[in-house]
Design a protein around this ligand. Structure first.
Ligand SMILES: *[C@@H]1O[C@H](CO)[C@@H](O)[C@H](O)[C@H]1NC(C)=O
Ligand SMILES: *[C@@H]1O[C@H](CO)[C@@H](O)[C@H](O)[C@H]1NC(C)=O
Length: 190
């Protein structure tokens, strides 16, 4: 009985394979190779100039401590910081980081951040969107990249941020971007 079914299946398979091959060669160009981009930028944040506390958190909550990097639970901070090529503020500006940080931990240390980095690099222009948690603003943090626009369409990866130095009310952060594009054929812009 089994052989009676095997022959029609074999014929069917042989008929489908060449059809799909021809079909495929007409509609699919070879997939582009995986693309990635790794670079460092410097973010300059000045309290009450490029970043402001918009909502003060719960006073007297668990967040009250002596540690400088702690902010009361529920604090909403909004920023629009320049991103430069070098740690020197006078170096070439390559982008802007706009976003918000909300103190989400009762300890006053953990923060949820949402940011859009608009980048004007030599070969890549567009924005990348970042969402993630920070455990202590004064320590290194890793944030996943959730997507991007224009040259960063479909981008994935992560961004690390570490405070480099502080001068008065300005903190300079070193931002490392590790971006990967999946091997999709490039999509036409709408
Ligand atoms: C920023 O402004 C607020 C409100 O005016 C003030 O309380 C705070 O001390 C200022 N911070 C700095 C670092 O200047
Ligand atoms: C930053 O760059 C400016 C202009 O190029 C220069 O005058 C200044 O000395 C630099 N500062 C540091 C700390 O390198």
């Amino acid at each position: 009985m089994a052989s009676a079914y095997a022959l029609p299946i074999l014929i069917l398979t042989l008929a489908i394979i060449p059809f799909e091959r021809t079909c495929g060669s007409h509609h699919h160009r070879p997939l582009p190779r995986h693309k990635s981009l790794h670079l460092s930028l410097f973010r300059h944040e000045t309290i009450n100039k490029t970043g402001y506390v918009i909502v003060r958190g719960v006073e007297g909550g668990a967040g009250r401590t002596t540690a400088e990097s702690r902010t009361p639970f529920g604090t909403i901070f909004v920023f629009e910081d320049p991103l430069t090529a070098k740690a020197n503020r006078s170096s070439k500006q390559l982008g802007t980081a706009e976003g918000t940080s909300i103190t989400s931990g009762l300890d006053g240390l953990s923060i949820i951040s949402v940011a859009k980095l608009t980048l004007r690099l030599k070969n890549h222009k567009g924005s990348i969107s970042i969402v993630g948690g920070t455990n202590d603003n004064m320590k290194r943090s890793d944030h996943p990249v959730v997507g991007g626009t224009r040259d960063f369409l479909f981008v994935q990866g992560y961004v690390t941020s570490s405070p480099l130095h502080q001068k008065g009310s300005t903190v300079v952060y070193k931002i490392r971007l590790h971006l990967y594009w999946p091997p999709y054929p490039p999509r036409r812009r709408p």
